[in-house]
Design a protein around this ligand. Structure first.
Ligand code: UDX
Length: 445
């Protein structure tokens, strides 16, 4: 099938690469010539396992090419994905400017039937706005050409995006057209495992499904984070509680980890955008307002605790393990590490940070500054530190050489924002240890 993808960001590029790998001829459009040049030379502009290999393989096979030429892209694909950015506006709503610009471009250049799919996370009602924008552009040319719109949200986790695309739990397709649905079924057939994963529904339900999924997951996390604070006060251990409730299949074990808050490009943005959508139609989503407030509080927790423990961080050095908002990515968007670092700096402390992949991303954001040392290793970050904060649960932080760390630190204190360590074991090793929600972290002997 001929497929065009507008946008070579995270979602667009993974979509383009995976669809090409399934045998489709894919053209990926981006307005940024530098990015396109980089992609043409086979380099992925962000860190995501597996994408580089897909780019090389499919570009070589002639199934995937990149261009800034929108007209070329519109002429190419019978199926066109819109996967451009929808940055949050000040009020939390998604900015649809780029999506609607692409829609207009499609209307200006299309020369035959097109199925136009929104892949970016967009609020309910966007596919219809896309339809109207395409129709207006066609009308302006005096053209009558048939087309359909489809809402086809993505459910890609950073760090596992290729896997999520090629082995999806579900493929959500919202459309009112049998023709477009047929095209989508053919396109996604290679990714159905064992049984049909494609769920066809109306456009609005498909659009809402995406937000509902992310908001539900964020809700679980904030709920656990609040329970963790309660656990500390009543002398309970949130890890025991997590295991206790997760074993109920109605609850399940996923996304029940208390920590130093959720970050990333999706949860914070989507929780806010969904509240905003509610407000627009007069439906207050009180649960989500609380989810967001709890998360903001949680992102400040590590700093407050370290600050209290040290009697102020001014002039102190804090070692920080993990900068990315979660493991296996270099993405720093809304990362809890940023709140911690910025609070430490504002209070006059120094950060010695280490992350397996997000060091360059950190340098790009903060530049060179005297109160930020990017260390060569996890151990080196601990050199002379008054406290160690663990913010991202990279695998390599799971069982470190505690004796070595202790020897390097000025003060053996660990603030574990992801509950990676056993409080009792760390106490025995001579650390002052604080997890999240682990007042009675000691397991029965
Ligand atoms: C999320 C959704 O999972 C994905 O389906 C959607 O398409 C995009 O948004 P992503 O943002 O990549 O994916 O990361 P995810 O693994 O969901 O983690 C989000 C944040 O929640 C991270 O900061 C993570 O540390 C935090 N988290 C996750 C917790 O604090 N506790 C948990 O139990 C799980």
């Amino acid at each position: 099938m001929n497929v065009t993808v507008f946008g070579s960001g995270y979602v667009g590029l993974v979509t383009a690469a995976c669809l090409a790998d399934a045998g489709n001829r894919v053209v990926c459009i981006d307005v940024d010539p530098e990015r396109v040049a980089m992609l043409q030379s086979g380099h992925c502009p962000f860190y995501e396992p597996g994408v580089d290999a897909l780019l090389t393989r499919n570009a070589r096979a002639g199934r995937l090419r990149f261009t800034t030429d929108a007209a070329d892209g519109v002429a190419h694909g019978e199926l066109i994905f819109i996967a451009v950015g929808t940055p949050p506006q000040e009020d939390g709503s998604a900015d649809l400017q780029h999506v609607l610009e692409v829609a207009r471009t499609i209307g200006e250049h299309m020369n035959g039937y097109r199925a136009i799919c929104t892949k970016s996370t967009v609020p309910v009602g966007t596919a219809r706005k896309v339809r109207a924008a395409v129709a207006r552009a066609l009308q302006a040319r005096g053209a009558t050409i048939e087309f359909d719109v489809v809402a086809n949200p993505e459910f890609l986790k950073e760090g596992a995006a290729v896997e999520d695309f090629t082995r999806p739990d579900r493929i959500i397709v919202g459309t009112d057209s049998a023709r477009a649905l047929d095209l989508m079924r053919t396109l996604y057939a290679p990714f159905n495992r064992n049984h049909d994963r494609l769920m066809a529904m109306d456009i609005e339900s498909a659009e809402l499904t995406k937000y509902a999924a992310n908001a539900m997951l964020a809700t679980r996390i904030s709920f656990m984070n609040e329970l963790a604070l309660l656990a500390e006060k009543v002398g309970a251990d949130i890890e025991s509680v997590r295991r206790g409730i997760g074993s109920d299949p109605r609850i399940g074990f996923h996304f029940l980890y208390a920590g130093c808050g959720y970050g990333g490009s999706c949860f914070p943005k989507d929780v806010r955008a969904l509240q905003r959508s509610g407000e627009e139609v007069g439906q207050h989503l009180g649960v989500l307002a609380a989810v967001e407030a709890a998360n903001e509080r949680q992102k400040h927790l590590l700093f407050e605790r370290i600050d209290a423990y040290l009697g102020g961080v001014a002039g102190k050095t804090i070692a920080l393990w993990g900068l990315a908002f979660k493991p296996n990515t270099d993405d720093m968007r809304a990362a809890p590490s940023r709140v911690l670092m910025e609070s430490i700096w504002a209070a006059g402390g120094v950060v010695r940070a280490y992350d397996p992949v997000a060091m360059d991303a950190t340098r790009r954001i903060y530049g060179e500054r005297a109160d930020l040392v990017l260390a060569d290793s996890a151990e080196a970050a601990c050199e002379g530190a008054d406290a160690l904060a663990l913010v991202t649960e990279w695998r390599q932080f799971r069982s470190p050489d505690f004796a070595l760390i202790k020897a390097r630190m000025r003060r053996p204190a660990i603030f574990d924002g992801r509950n990676l360590y056993d409080p009792a074991a760390l106490a025995e090793l001579g650390f002052d240890y604080q997890g999240i929600g682990r007042a009675s972290g000691r397991r029965p002997a």
